[in-house]
Write a protein that binds this ligand. Structure first.
Ligand SMILES: Cc1cc2nc3c(=O)[nH]c(=O)nc-3n(C[C@H](O)[C@H](O)[C@H](O)COP(=O)(O)O)c2cc1C
Length: 224
């Protein structure tokens, strides 16, 4: 059994109450501007920016600190083309056969369809995989606790970092997604989680006129 080693918490900084309120409000105002974008420019994005955003994601909390994620960053046009072709084949089956009426109704306000040109136009596709297990140095296989929760948190931090950097993203979830293991040569012990499409929005980008639920609908306060 390893004994824990401790460090002083030097990175924490407390802000005076007023400044804390200003910071919280300013961050909310900033995050209010985030929207999922489906029309991307093909302008290139500095790779260092993507790397910093990935560093944010990779610093996320995770169950037992097992960091059950892997990020494949695709900028190769040939690989993007392959992903688009495979995804559109699945989209076609989804829209023409598999999708239930209720699901199609839920998707209708978003104006999505079976064509996914953004998979080729956007400069980066970040394909996120969940590692469901890993091998300890002693050879034993350990199942990762809360792997999905951990990767969800890391993905949220990645989306936030991308927005903060001044780029746009789209969370894209083709179904089924296993083809991503084959194209990107990831082992079967990893499960594709989602594709994050990243780049600048197109000049004429539009977003659906939809709204987020007000806080009173999604928050319950239990106060003294
Ligand atoms: C887990 C998840 C899966 C999603 N999958 C898709 C998708 O496959 N295609 C798509 O166009 N948008 C997808 N989205 C984007 C949502 O439609 C979008 O977040 C939602 O409509 C709210 O819009 P907003 O992000 O602009 O606030 C997905 C979002 C999440 C969180």
């Amino acid at each position: 059994m390893t004994t824990p080693q401790w460090l002083p918490l030097l990175s924490y900084r407390e802000y005076p109450s007023e400044e804390m309120q200003e910071r919280a409000a300013a961050f909310y105002a900033e995050m209010q501007k985030r929207r999922s974008v489906r029309h991307f420019s093909n302008r290139s994005v500095p790779r260092e920016v993507i790397e910093h955003c990935l560093q944010v994601a990779a610093s996320a909390p995770s169950g037992a600190n097992l960091q059950p994620w892997h990020f494949v960053v695709v900028s190769d046009p040939a690989v993007k083309r392959q992903i688009r072709a495979a995804a559109e084949a699945r989209e076609q089956a989804f829209y023409s056969k598999r999708a239930s009426e209720e699901w199609l109704e839920a998707l209708a306000p978003l104006g999505t369809g079976m064509h996914k040109p953004f998979l080729e136009t956007a400069p980066y596709l970040i394909v996120i995989f969940v590692q469901r297990q890993s091998q300890l140095p002693n050879g034993r296989i350990i199942k990762h606790p809360y792997a999905l929760e951990s990767v969800g948190i890391a993905t949220g931090m990645l989306i936030t970092a991308i927005h903060h950097a001044g780029l746009a993203s789209l969370t894209y979830t083709p179904s089924p997604m296993r083809f991503l293991n084959d194209i990107l040569r990831r082992p079967r012990t990893e499960r594709p989680f989602l594709v994050l499409v990243v780049g600048y929005p197109a000049n004429d980008a539009v977003v659906p006129d939809i709204h987020h639920k007000p806080l009173r609908e999604v928050v319950t306060l239990v106060e003294p």
